[in-house]
Design a protein around this ligand. Sequence first.
Ligand code: ADP
Ligand code: MG
Length: 610
Amino acid sequence: MSDLIKLLPDHVANQIAAGEVVQRPASVVKELLENAIDAGATHIQLNIVDSGKTLIQVIDNGKGMSMTDARMAFERHATSKISNADDLFRLTTKGFRGEALASVAAVAAVTLKTKGKNDDLGTSIQIEGSKVIQQVPVVTTQGTMISVRNLFFNIPARRKFLKSDQVELRNITDEFHRVALVHPNISFVYSHNKSELFNLPVSNYRQRIVNLMGARINEQLVPVEEETDIVTIKGFIGKPQYARKTKGMQFFFVNNRFIKHSYLNHAVMSAYEGMLKDRTNPSYYLFLTVPMDSVDINIHPTKTEVKFDNEHDLYAIVRASVKHALGQYSIDAIDFNKEQQYEVPYEYAKKIDTSVPRIEVNPDFNPFNDDVTTSKKNTRITDYHKSDNAHWESLYAGLESESTLVDQSKEDGEQQEFFETSTSQKSIFQLQRKYIVSPLSSGLLVIHQHRAHMRILYERLLKEITMQPGVSQQLLFPLRLNIPAVGVQVLEDVKEQLENTGFVFKTLKDNVVELEALPIYIKENQVSDILESVIKGVQLEIPDNGFSQTDHLATMLASSMAIKTGELLNLEQMEQLVDELFACKDSEMTPQQQKVFINLSGDSLNQKFN
Ligand code: ADP
Ligand code: MG
């Protein structure tokens, strides 16, 4: 038979190799930042456009490259960092495989400008999909600027596989954290779409952590220091009372390299034993230095796992030094028992098992429904209570007469007046499809319809999530949504809270979400928008304790579900909105502290006519 085997052309081989090194914009960021550090830069600028999908640019003031090196740098297995296998055991650089630039240039449009210290002229090279388009001498300053445009332009499937802008940007920021944390002696500027996200001056570890994570962090940090023959440990751990449900701020660095190590993580966690609230994770930033030849840096390009020669000893040392630091701190700390100041509205901070006051808003209220007037009586037979089918009616208790509702809800005279006026007089009207205007005996009330509904929903959701599960409406057929796997993971994290509001999930796996039931005030066609906004919100901001996480979720759900500015409301709907608003614990502000209504008093009107 004829010969079948062929050597792959270089650009194809490069593209395949690129698949390993370059998985997403963040992988490019990591490689470029590491190259800048290896080049001895003391200042590094990272510019990102469109979460790296349009541009990833790194500018450094490092040693630069000669004209030949600039060209060589893009060849596969071209590196200045090691020259034989033994060098692998005395790595002082981050890079050593010589694959990164070749891989990046195979799947993007790359421009490199670089100049070495003693060179008069620099070099500019343009490469697209491994093809050199141009190489010319240029006037430039010492150092290297590399711009990576249109990542995966020649692999559409890969480009399509990229996650939402938020997710990709978060991955980039994670990489930036990992690099910046361990190099406080280098100043960094990081911008996204021309706005500066971080501007980090040269500093020490502690200041760098604070500059990256926020000033609040400072008081939470306890220093750790330990020096033994096999390891030197420096860094900080978080005070136990600041531990969070989410796992974000846990960093191990070994010889200036970010690593993941579940065994060492366990060592830290076990040092906290008995000091943490249930299922919370303390933050830590631990910088380990070990002899080069006692650690095996995984040579897989994107893996962060490493292997130590003497793992058991390391475990014991890490555990002991964290324990020691915690002990030291609890002796020193006068405020050890001081409760952390959570922002806890109302009684929701703790679940209250005793009877909940029967002040209920109508859970069936939906201004999108035209049949809102009949909805109180007309409950669907498919409605059921998640935990107890028989008790869904209880949610409707207190709605027979609107006056009972107000009697129980507010003693506050002023608000009572608002309420009475708005329901007893049929003279309220909508202004600009945005405000509800209601005359009072003493003036005029102008209510922001979207914000009012948001407040109402927020309180209801908060109550459902924390104390009293909401009512679900069973779907005839399960509702199936395709959501990127990262998003599904986020939903998985807040599943319990969502289920309390009335969502019933059948599947939450890979990129598939299937729902069997919804909260009764949500329509099927709203679900995907609502879940998307939950995912975005959770990804953007992961609050630092269980309560504010719930609060955050309720706020997000409320804001995406609330009636919008521009919606036309009928009289009935407006009245209901006003009634429910003033049955709220706090009707004046949205959960994000925006004004819900203004009260134009008779006096202030009089003044205007003076
Ligand atoms: P590696 O970092 O594994 O050596 P790369 O493909 O990332 O491989 O880079 C190839 C070579 O290009 C490096 O070994 C280095 O000599 C040179 N290089 C890359 N980036 C820079 C930079 N920012 N400044 C100076 N030289 C660089
Ligand atoms: Mg490199």
